[in-house]
Design a protein around this ligand. Sequence first.
Ligand SMILES: [Zn+2]
Length: 200
Amino acid sequence: MVVPSALVLVCETCGEVPHRVLSGRISGRDDVVFQGTVKCSSCGRVTSVTHRERRPLAVPIVVSERQESSRGTIEFAPEEVITVGDRLDHEGHHIEITAIEVDERRVVSAPAAEARTVWAKRIDRVVVKFSVNKGNRTAAHEFEAAPDEEFEIGDIVDLGRERAVIHKMHVGTTTMKRGRARAEDIVRMYGRLVRERTSR
Ligand SMILES: [Zn+2]
């Protein structure tokens, strides 16, 4: 197992928050043991920790997309509770849990350790946020796109009655002023209205 880049740990000051892993190693067989140095994402305190958690369970999953379905496994912490309607990332796709089987019964919610199979559907649409400069004001638009649909700086987006050209995108923690990105990776796009010439 590789050392994670972040762990949710308890900080004395901030409570249970993500901590960035500065250095460390993973060991253990039944449990996963992390030993290393972490930094609280909230107050910045650096501490050395030994963190032990149960090795994740691989639960069989059937993911459907339109008419097709595929079988695989998905990892959960043993004590984690799975609930119908949960939205997760799985193998690069957004999925939503639609059914959970426990002892030949379908249940709405169960601990991962009891789930024999879970069913899910691909969620095909993601919401793209688009702030559009309209002269002396900025309007916030949202529209849906396929997760893997690509947007490029300079693209013109149809907003119904108006059209706007993309001039900047926030992707992850970076700001892009050229290039392209997938809809699911875009935090927000920025653009300005395209002045239309009336043609008839
Ligand atoms: Zn803290």
